[in-house]
Write a protein of this length. Sequence first.
Lengths: 489, 245
Amino acid sequence: MAVTAEARKKVQDATGEYKYGFYTDIESDFAPKGLNEDIVRFISAKKEEPVWLLDWRLKAYRGWLKMIEPTWAKLHYPPIDFQDAYYYAAPKKKDGPKSLDEVDPDLLETYKKLGIPLREQEVLAGVAGAPKYAVDAVFDSVSVATTFKKELKKAGVIFMAISEAVKEHPDLVKKYLGSVVPMRDNFYSALNAAVFSDGTFVYIPKGVRCPMELSTYFRINAENTGQFERTLVIANEGSYVSYLEGCTAPMRDENQLHAAVVELIALDDAEIKYSTVQNWYPGDKDGKGGIYNFVTKRGLCKGRNSKISWTQVETGSAITWKYPSCVLSGDGSIGEFYSVAITNNHQQADTGTKMIHIGKNTRSTIISKGISAGLGQNTYRGLVRVLAGAENVRNYTQCDSLLLGDRCGAHTVPYIEVKNPTAQIEHEATTSKISEDQLFYCLQRGLSEEEAVALIVNGFCKEVMQHLPMEFAVEAQKLLGISLEGSVG
Amino acid sequence: MLKIENLHVAVGGKEILKGLDLEIEAGSVHAIMGPNGAGKSTLSYALAGRDSYEVTAGSVTYLGKDLLELDPHERAGEGLFLGFQYPVEIPGVSTMNFLRTSLNAVRRYRGLEDMDAVTFLRLVKEKAAALDMNPDMLKRAVNVGFSGGEKKRNEMVQMAVLEPTLAVLDETDSGLDIDALKVVADGINALRSPERAALLITHYQRLLDYVVPDFVHVLFDGKIVKSGGKELALELEEKGYAAVA
Ligand SMILES: Nc1ncnc2c1ncn2[C@@H]1O[C@H](COP(=O)(O)OP(=O)(O)OP(=O)(O)O)[C@@H](O)[C@H]1O
Ligand SMILES: [Mg+2]
């Protein structure tokens, strides 16, 4: 084991870019390889789930069997063998969130290395003004720790692993699970519904402004294992929550599957701000390895004047297929999508959003920044749909692409469907290169080429980055620079 | 400090500098004048190491080093500063952030630690005030939407913060109003010291009224065709280049 660890370290040093590529040597429980009804039952049994949930999973599984993989995205990869993966892996000993004192020290160490504070005491004892945010840490298939639970409870906020919520708040989970993304919405959401292992559940009661940032940190560790988490966020009337998720995985030669589902529900006057910094292992320079990231994220602005805002910084994964969307059904509701997607080396991303305007006076804003380098391919795919009954809808869409080098590609595929003549839809798109003028100007001021590119790219992404919570903006900025390493010169 | 010998530079395959010689001593201020298209900006870019400016012959020694061997950012690290004739816009990057990134890059090159945020803020505010720049401009993206004069003034703020050893200022005076010209001249004069030098590229005598040069050179068709004291600038203004060259 020591030898492989050392070898891994060497590879990592040689490539240098992906600093989260280490592996934690921890004993894990696996389900047998492959996928069938028994595996679905195994996962459900492991989680001691009620019958209704097992039935729900089985229904999804049977639906999935009849579905075919979507092929409309501008993504190229060999067929995925869904039988050649493990669908459940959990660190032994701890098969459920416990108090922090009980968490395996190896795990605590892992999160420390990743820069994720799991020890509340450390955060609390930290310097004044140190960022304080609650974390749910999901390691492979299970949630291993959730911090600040007590403090949140005082405010009436429920923040826990979804497997736990199934037991403690079955009514809420039953009511909302699959209500925004129906289990058979698409191939990957059906797969997720069948085998989802863990994820986060958030409920903000009426009129409560969540007292701190909530975040979930997803980590794929085990080999050959898919991660299928499910997140459910419910903001009751007049409440507010800001939620952030981060993701990393070890460097491996084989591709690993990640198929998550996120559902958001905002009731009257509620606001949900959902931010993602996605840094799954992107594969090496030659396109070997990396995460296949097939994610379904959708928010329902159910209530009047509710608001859902997605911000995503997508730097990782070999393949990204994701369209965080808003269904604007409440009158006067607002949907926002701010996205930065970087593809370097052999990475491919097909990402964007759907804004479905159902209610009157609904508004949406889409700002997408795609950056391609190396042989990277970056596609923005977005739908703005205005239903017949939706009066006075407004949408503004801006898609900017930046190309570094001449072997990469940027593509913009907007779909606009308007059934109500009062709608005002604006769409702007640009494609540019980093100009030689800008680069030279920065070099003349002492910046190396890589620093210069990172600075210019960060400037290009500013309109998106400024929507990230403060604590994460700096980290995300550095990440942009790191992701583009080796893309110049 | 700087010794240029027989410098030939081609741009896009066309020879622009055709055997230029120039020597600048520490502590001195030199001015270069010359008609449009003579190669003044080309000289400044070649000194700064711009990619598309190909040195086909000649040598440049700077502080005892072969300048042409250094990468552009290393030249900046060595204290070479170019004030651009056409300062470049960088959308989304605040002027403040650009200044800090630049200063720290140069400091790191010299083996110094990054300047702490408080000291930096104080320094920038002080320099901006000295150059009469509204501090609000520091929050705006680099040169984006700046007027012509504001862009030039921004170049001077950068120079003041970086305190270069050799400043090459390409038409920094063009586009400045009379008051601004005075302020910018004060900024240049403030940096005059026995260890530093400046090369001013200009079309107008008026800057030289405020920043009095030790030498004036005429650049014509890729070569220095005449050099003299500060009176040469007056003579040029009176008679034009044709009479001198
Ligand atoms: N890429 C290029 N290809 C061909 N010729 C070029 C290129 N770039 C510059 N030149 C030419 O080189 C010559 C010198 O240009 P330069 O900008 O150095 O002039 P200058 O002396 O600074 O003029 P001005 O006073 O107008 O600023 C000009 O004739 C210009 O057209
Ligand atoms: Mg010029």
